[in-house]
Design a protein around this ligand. Structure first.
Ligand code: PLP
Length: 378
């Protein structure tokens, strides 16, 4: 009997060759040959001004919070429907998080709310491109510019996706990507900071290297290095970068297949008989689809529960996420109490279907068949 898992990391086959190459080179700490190759790849393919590999997207976000000098009393605006790290990175520096609700059309933050949420204490806005679908970045950037606020894109899910032809991750002052094994391009754990505003470039290198100017030293720009700022160890071993490079070489092929899978799901679930039961992902005119995930939105939480059970009975694993952050134990314990109806709506009704490179056409057909079977039997 067919068993369809939710995620399966895809290995191109070259990962271990490149790891071997890194090992044989004798240099496996950070900023080795493969780290440079990966960063160069991103800078060439997407014209990012400066990229720095990190050990996770979480780390890249923490670097961003340090770079922006986030201090106790500062406010940071972010969606509530997101992964913890989007906001935790700023909370670590003492920020107060001001949550923005999602839109009715998709889980991205509703930019129309920003004006009302901004106060003289607002230091940064952190839009999340949910499912790799762009937020309305023109609106975010123009309000940020008018109010002198920084923008940090949480582009964890947004590799190879675009907003009006601009690569996501190239628009905000800083951006964070993830290469966690659940993302499109992976290195197990891994991430990257894209530094789009040049004024952060040299300090970003220092923060990533434990607060030292070691990077400038290795480039021969200074004759000794020392402790010049705060920082931490945010750079990955070159072994991780070697793994990542094997994936990057196959990015086009991986993306092509993921889009085929996504379209296959969409075409079948756009079945008119499903219209009263589920909503499909909405991709605004300004955005591309990078096929990061396929989700459906049920009309009620008990419907989602029963659908999950029906799929499970047929050996199909579907999963839901995020618990609204504004209802999290941590937020409540820090005294927060607000209403975010759309965030709660996605939290209760959104369901992610099996999605990975090696998912076959037959498996997609089978999942769709079981979903349609469930709803038409009601
Ligand atoms: C995956 C993810 C993260 C965290 O990425 P890590 O690399 O695991 O730290 C942050 N934000 C969003 C929106 C994510 O999807």
């Amino acid at each position: 009997m067919m068993h369809i898992g939710f995620n399966k990391p895809y290995f191109t086959g070259k990962e271990t060759d490149y790891i071997m190459e890194a090992v044989l080179s004798g240099k496996v700490s950070g900023d080795g040959l493969f780290t440079k190759k990966c960063q160069q790849f991103f800078e060439e393919k997407y014209a990012f001004k400066k990229t720095l590999l990190t050990t996770s997207c979480t780390d890249a976000l923490e670097m961003a919070a340090i770079l922006l000098d986030i201090k106790p009393g500062d406010e940071v605006i972010a969606p509530s429907y997101t992964f913890v790290s989007t906001v935790n990175a700023f909370v670590l520096r003492g920020a107060k998080i001001v949550f923005a609700d999602s839109t009715a059309q998709n889980p991205n933050m509703d930019v129309a709310l920003l004006e009302k949420l901004i106060t003289p204490k607002t230091k940064a806005i952190v839009p999340v491109h949910y499912a790799g679908i762009a937020c309305d970045m023109d609106a975010v950037m123009s309000i940020a510019k008018a109010k002198n606020i920084y923008v940090v894109e949480d582009a964890a899910q947004a590799i190879d996706s675009f907003y009006k032809n601009k690569p996501l991750g190239s628009i905000g002052h800083l951006s964070a990507f993830s290469f966690h094994e659940t993302k499109n391009i992976i290195s197990g754990e891994g991430g990257m900071l894209s530094v789009n505003d040049e004024k952060f470039s040299s300090r970003a290198e220092i923060i990533r290297e434990k607060g030292t100017n070691r990077s400038a030293f290795f480039r021969g720009e200074i004759d000794k290095y020392g402790w010049v700022d705060i920082g931490s160890s945010f750079l990955p071993s070159d072994i991780i970068a070697a793994f990542l490079f094997a994936q990057l070489e196959n990015l086009e092929r991986i993306q092509l297949r993921r889009k085929q899978i996504w379209n296959k799901y969409y075409e079948q679930l756009a079945n008119p008989a499903m219209k009263n039961f589920i909503d499909l992902p909405f991709i605004p005119e300004h955005a591309t689809n990078n096929a990061h995930m396929f989700y459906i939105v049920c009309k009620a939480e008990n419907q989602r529960e029963k659908l999950i059970a029906h799929l499970k009975m047929n050996n199909i694993n579907s999963v839901f996420h995020y618990q609204s952050l504004h209802k999290s134990p941590y937020y409540k314990s820090s005294g927060g109490s607000i209403d975010q109806p759309f965030t709660d709506y996605y939290s209760e009704n959104l369901l992610r279907l099996p999605f990975y490179f090696e998912l076959t056409d037959n498996e997609v057909d089978f999942v769709c068949e079981k979903i349609i079977e469930y709803f038409t039997s009601l």
